[in-house]
Design a binder for this molecule. Structure first.
Ligand code: ADP
Length: 478
């Protein structure tokens, strides 16, 4: 069966329903048909059929001297179309060549052109605002740093000149506050530089093992003060000397490590570094920093790595911080062609892992030097599993007994120097660790915490003695 052509009336009623301007014109440019939209948009109404294409596109045809330039119009894809009232609008077109007549389909793109223009304007404005903001942040942070350093310096002088007792602990607190303030100022500056895309990753030779050791060392005072343990295992095939940004890698590691310490009160922190790839002098390192701390729920996980985000407001009250650390860390890792990942279970612990790419230094290749042993590195202990934290709380397990003894030692030290804040933390830890113990022990731990909370030296000491003997008696008889 041959195809039957559609009657002209049907074609015209399709064309009238179209959202495009449709015109049919002959070889001389005379318009022989216009759809409804064309009649309305161009303002001619039915008169449009007595016009020529040259009237609608005067700009395109003004240079032509003789006759109607059919070739020109057949090749057009964009142009300005004029209305009867002399106004015009930009169009995108398709022209289909026929026998005696030809078809032109056109869309008014004025709105799109305007939107594009607006977007460009907005982008320029945004860039300008960002520039002003970044300059402002750079100036303000610089101005803030000077007085903070000044305060810190003077207070340190006072401490060194020899003060003791309460005055010394107050001055120590001021120094700590200055350090926190400096860390926040640095974070804000980093964040602003990263946002502006102005962050440059350095490529310098450094001693990788020293770097890890240094990051760990920085956190050792807090780790010890909290009675936690730290384990560090580094894959021995990682060359000693690498090329990369030592300062920023330290910052990344330190952020994960200090968070792990901050959010863990019982158990351990583990750092594991392996080499996952080496191709010529390019090397990929994979770090895992895990802890047996408070953990992060799946819903909270989504909020992490976003700027100024902490998982909830109570965290800010209890632990402080600005919520900028992980957002910066993530961007730094990405600048080192790596990625970051979190595994965590609420109440059991967290495990942050990340990769970075570096280069192997020539020196390392020549010497093939074996990794030096550092104080905290390669203690060859097992990687903690989240469920192992349960052993800490299961009354009478070796982990539980050892942990309680450790915390008791820290507690008595704090009580002796009347550092009640810290003592309260340890008394609380002990109570938690005795959660599954016989009732008498639990009560004793509860009373101890109460007395410590009241900063009552005599009663706390007495209660400490009671708890200690009761505990040793109970575990001795197990
Ligand atoms: P901050 O500078 O406030 O520490 P971060 O971006 O480093 O901000 O961390 C954001 C939030 O992520 C923390 O406030 C905390 O709620 C959560 N978080 C980070 N690390 C841990 C961890 N090891 N264990 C539990 N929660 C964590």
């Amino acid at each position: 069966m041959g195809q039957t052509a559609l009657p002209l009336d049907d074609i015209h009623s399709f064309a009238d329903a179209s959202l495009e301007i449709i015109l049919r014109f002959d070889n001389d440019g005379n318009i022989v048909y216009a759809n409804t939209l064309a009649e309305e948009e161009l303002g001619y109404g039915k008169e449009l059929q007595s016009q020529t294409m040259a009237v609608l596109f005067p700009a395109e045809f003004q240079s032509e001297e003789e006759g109607f330039p059919l070739k020109t119009i057949l090749g057009m894809t964009e142009g300005m179309m004029y209305r009867k009232n002399g106004t015009c609008f930009p169009v995108r077109m398709k022209v289909r060549e026929g026998g005696d007549t030809h078809l032109l389909f056109a869309i008014n793109i004025a709105r799109r052109v305007e939107t594009e223009r607006k977007l460009v304007r907005m982008k320029d404005e945004m860039e300008e605002t960002m520039k002003v903001r970044n300059e402002f942040v750079a100036n303000v942070t610089h101005e803030l740093r000077t007085p903070v350093n000044g305060i810190r310096g003077h207070v340190t002088n006072l401490v060194e000149a020899g003060v003791s007792g309460e005055v010394k602990s107050t001055l120590d607190i001021i120094i700590r506050c200055c350090d926190n303030m400096s860390a926040i100022i640095n974070n804000i500056l980093d964040f602003s530089k990263l946002e502006a895309g102005k962050f440059v990753i350095e490529e310098k030779e450094f001693d990788f093992y020293k770097m890890v050791n240094h990051a760990v060392e920085t956190n050792i005072p807090t780790i010890n003060a909290k009675g936690l343990r730290i384990m560090v295992n580094i894959d021995k095939t990682i060359p000693k000397y690498l090329i990369g940004d030592e300062l920023r890698l330290t910052q990344i590691l330190n952020n994960f490590l200090s968070n792990a310490v901050k959010f863990t009160s019982v158990g351990y922190i583990n750092i594991e570094v392996t080499k996952t790839l080496q191709f010529d002098d390019e090397i990929e390192l994979f770090f895992v920093v895990s802890d047996t701390g408070i953990g992060i729920s799946p819903e909270e996980k989504d909020k992490l790595f976003k700027s100024f985000s902490q998982v909830d407001a109570s965290i800010t009250r209890k632990y402080g911080g600005t919520g900028l650390g992980l957002a910066i860390t993530k961007q730094l890792i990405e600048l080192m062609q790596g990625s970051v990942h979190l595994d965590s279970e609420k109440g059991k612990g967290s495990s942050f892992s990340f990769s970075v790419r570096m280069h192997v230094a020539q020196k390392a290749k020549e010497e093939q030097q074996a990794a030096e042993q550092f104080e905290f590195i390669n203690q060859n202990q097992e990687m903690p599993q989240f469920d192992s934290v349960e052993k800490f709380f299961q009354f009478g397990t070796p982990e539980n007994v050892q942990e309680i003894r450790g915390k008791m030692e820290k507690l008595i030290l704090c009580m002796e120097v009347e550092a009640w804040d810290k003592a309260e933390n340890f008394a609380h830890n002990i109570k938690e660790l005795l959660e599954q113990a016989p009732r008498e022990l639990k009560r004793s731990a509860f009373r101890l915490e109460m007395n410590v909370r009241k900063s009552d030296y005599d009663k706390s000491m007495e209660q400490y003695g009671n708890l200690k003997s009761l505990f040793e008696e109970t575990v001795g008889g197990m």
